[in-house]
Unconditional design. Structure first.
Length: 341
């Protein structure tokens, strides 16, 4: 079985760790490829920072700081303090010293002419991850957030922040009017991402932010079409439980695009692969099946009638075992659907 996961953020990394564990325990011979969001990436102090790819790398290698939920365990921040003292980096974004080692290595390889995919391959060679990571695109598609600014000098009444400033500094506290991925129209899916989709038996959509993680992956020209064309059965996992985001600030992002913070609403936003055709891209909807929390079991009948096979299961990933159980539920549902005539 070849499993491909679309993921981003800390929640996505924990879900992928659960998928890896389920494969180790119960599905010998299965492979796991992960297409990782690159919209959170940015340049800082001359270094290319890739938060979602690094979260995935550190979580799967056991190097992540579980207490903070981000960065490296045993981290120090002496270099970051020096950079702030020189005014090179902002006070609200801290780079750990060990983390800086990763950023320096990545940037050095990029400046040597390696593609982001080649850099990711080199980075993951250091540890036995048990999965293969692929950046969603080798082109830069950094996400920016448009917010209201009555004092804007250009008279638009708006200004644009890099996603990291909006998310990390302001904690998504400034209402977003819309999201803008710079360079999107010049981007294409990475070769690894396309291969993982077109050879998949199962495609899992992690419980990552539907707008700035999964939404950014799907917005890369050609990506939504490749997902829809995948021979794999597509099972998504809701990032919303009982009307609240499992992690992060997905509710603010969903509000900006007019989608309710609700498990069924997110499923309808993704759409049924069998029924929905998106006029803007010609791509079909995303989902064959959808897992909701037991708290949202009453959503199942409505989604079933709309062409999305829906099951209510425990969604909380409290530890490795519960994350593996969630992955098992998603994979079992995919196998069940694939066995139907």
């Amino acid at each position: 079985m070849r499993i491909t996961v679309l993921a981003g953020g800390v929640g996505g990394a924990r879900f992928v760790r659960g998928v890896r564990e389920e494969v180790r325990r119960n599905r010998p011979g299965a492979s796991v490829d992960v297409i990782v969001n690159t919209g959170d990436d940015w340049w800082l102090a001359g270094l290319r920072i890739t938060p979602d790819l690094d979260s995935m790398l550190y979580t799967l290698s056991g190097q992540n700081d579980e207490e903070r939920g981000w960065g490296r365990v045993g981290e120090s921040e002496r270099v970051s303090a020096e950079l702030r003292a020189y005014g090179v980096t902002p006070e609200w974004f801290t780079l750990g010293d060990l983390d800086l080692g990763t950023h320096i290595a990545r940037t050095a390889w990029l400046r040597q002419g390696l593609s982001p995919s080649e850099v990711v391959r080199r980075l993951q060679e250091r540890w036995e991850l048990g999965v293969t990571l692929h950046p969603a695109s080798d082109q830069e598609v950094d996400t920016h957030v448009v917010v209201s600014d009555p004092g804007a000098l250009d008279g638009t009444g708006e200004r644009e922040l890099h996603f990291q400033e909006w998310w990390t500094r302001h904690r998504a506290g400034i209402p977003a009017l819309r999201f803008h991925q710079h360079g999107l129209h010049h981007a294409i899916p990475s070769v690894g991402a396309l291969g993982a989709l077109l050879d998949a038996d199962v495609v899992l959509v992690a419980p990552s932010n539907p707008v700035v993680s999964i939404g950014t992956i799907l917005s890369i020209p050609g990506m939504a079409q490749a997902v829809a064309a995948s021979p794999g059965t597509i099972v998504g996992v809701s990032p919303i439980i009982a009307g609240a985001a499992v992690r992060g600030m997905a509710d603010q992002c969903l509000s900006a695009i007019g989608v309710a913070t609700d498990a069924a609403a997110v499923a309808r936003h993704y759409g049924a692969r069998s029924r929905v055709v998106r006029q803007a891209t010609g791509a079909r909807g995303l989902l064959d099946a959808w897992l909701v929390g037991e708290e949202d079991a009453d959503a199942a009948d409505g989604l079933q009638s709309e062409g999305i096979e829906t099951r209510a299961v425990p969604l909380w990933m409290r530890d490795l075992d519960t994350a593996a159980d969630l992955a098992r539920d998603a994979l079992d549902l995919a196998v069940e659907l694939r066995s139907r005539p």
